[in-house]
Design a binder for this molecule. Structure first.
Ligand code: EPZ
Length: 422
């Protein structure tokens, strides 16, 4: 099994290109199921999760071609033969549930395996089901599968009040509503940039949508959608992760294509620790001198708040601050599993429920550590960049789900990092 070896203590200088967003691509790809015309996605990231979604769509009879080294995806759902998403694929990736809304809207029925448990939390899909039920669907949970049926004549427009913000439930409802009869209003909807990207793509396909990016989205259903070509938005989580590399190791790095509006809440906290962030003509530049960083308090929240997907990486940064930082994880109930691994590197972290108290230390020390999920794994790599000696991060298959060519990107700015097999 692969592991990644990091030798710490080198400053980073140079440029890191940022790829298209995993979490946008994972909702854009199922949109192909809404039309029998071709959908082309450019700037697609090359990740194992994208390959899993490809496998899922192909299992339904959709065509998915990966072109230009994987950065272009040509999709067609002209010849879909099945509306059943099998457990063997769905269990690998929760985002598989995003085929539910499109299948139901276009074909009037869907059988989608329940995703099952996840390392960072229970992650039920009840809000997805409630939203589709509001549009007239009948849901029956049986033998580990969601059996969904639209009413005769198809889904109908409805007002959906989400009790709390869910990215996935907003995406499923948004896609389903594009083909529903009448108008749908999604209230307390997620405002993430990936939702805005999805709405823009759907509009290119002929959908009638307004309000994306706000907490109220309105969709007027149409009889059919057409094809489109859409460029996947930049990955703000990859961007934030690589902004932390020079912040943790020292030096100055340009994040090519970086946009401050996608990471504003995160950038504000990072700057408060004493790291310099500047917009450039081609992206963002992050620089850090020899001074010790300052502690800050962070609480995760839906966009435009501080993203939960950058919490682990921020903890690695705050582990060497000149004081105590308090991190609150308010989105997922079990997202501090990186804390005991960072403690193996000498970090001083107390976790109580959804709160972690990080007492900064002068320097971390390298150690063998274990990745438990995608963002936890990259936080250990980042910690290794500043640690004394060698850090060996095991189970990096988690990492490959969300970071393309990580060793090459960090190696190009001076990191001493390599993939080793155990
Ligand atoms: C998306 O997950 C992202 N995944 C996650 O990124 C991200 O952490 C999350 O949004 C929050 O920003 C993708 O886009 C593929 P939610 P999603 O529905 O849609 C609860 C990464 O590292 N909830 O907004 O699953 C849920 O348990 C991943 O790239 C219900 O209770 O997140 C959680 O506590 C990890 N019932 C909260 O809401 C539901 O029906 C927010 O979840 C749905 C959600």
């Amino acid at each position: 099994m692969d592991a990644i070896l990091v030798r710490g203590g080198t400053e980073l200088n140079g440029t890191i290109p940022i790829a298209g967003a995993k979490n946008a691509c994972l909702t854009l790809m199922p949109a192909t199921l809404l039309t029998d015309e071709p959908l082309t996605l450019t700037n697609a990231p090359r990740l194992s999760d994208i390959r899993t979604m490809t496998q899922l769509l192909q299992s339904l009879g959709a065509e998915v071609q990966s072109l230009q080294g994987g950065q272009v995806l040509a999709l067609s759902s002209h010849d879909v033969t099945s509306q059943r998403a099998e457990y063997d694929i769905v269990r690998k990736m929760r985002a598989s549930v995003l085929v539910l809304g499109p299948l139901l809207a276009r074909f009037g029925r869907a059988e989608v395996s329940l995703p099952g448990g996840c390392a960072i939390g229970a992650r039920p899909v009840d809000l997805h089901l409630r939203a589709l039920e509001a549009m007239g669907a009948e849901m029956d949970l049986r033998e580990g599968y969601i059996h969904a049926r639209a009413p005769a004549g198809g889904l109908r427009g409805a007002t959906v009040d989400f009790p709390f913000v869910s990215v996935g439930a907003t995406e499923n409802a948004l896609m389903a509503a594009t083909l529903a009869r009448g108008t749908t209003v999604l209230r307390n909807a997620a405002r993430e940039p990936e939702i805005v990207d999805l709405a823009q793509c759907l509009r290119r396909m002929g959908a009638r949508i307004s309000g994306e990016g706000s907490d109220t989205i309105e969709i007027e259903g149409v009889a059919a959608l057409g094809g489109a070509t859409h460029r996947v938005v930049l990955d703000r989580i990859e961007l934030g992760t690589y902004m932390l590399a020079p912040a943790i190791a020292g030096g100055s790095v340009e994040l090519a294509g970086g946009r401050i509006d996608l990471v504003a809440a995160f950038a504000e906290k990072l700057a408060a620790t004493g790291v310099e962030i500047a917009e450039t003509a081609t992206g963002l530049r992050v620089s850090r001198g020899p001074e010790r960083i300052r502690p800050v308090d962070v609480a995760t929240a839906p966009f435009p708040g501080f993203p939960t997907d950058l919490q682990a990486q921020m903890m690695a940064h705050l582990a060497t601050a000149s004081g105590v930082s308090v991190l609150e994880e308010r989105i997922f109930e079990n997202r501090f599993m990186h804390a005991p691994e960072l403690a193996r590197m000498g970090a001083r972290i107390e976790v109580q429920g959804g709160t972690a108290r990080v007492q900064g230390v002068e320097r971390l020390r390298g150690a063998p550590v274990m990745a438990t999920d995608l963002r936890a794994s990259v936080s250990l790599i980042l910690a290794g960049l500043a640690a004394e000696g060698e850090t060996l991060v095991k189970r990096v298959y988690h990492l490959d789900r969300g970071y393309e060519r990580l060793e090459a990107k960090l190696g190009a700015v001076g990191a001493r990092i390599e993939r080793v097999s155990e």
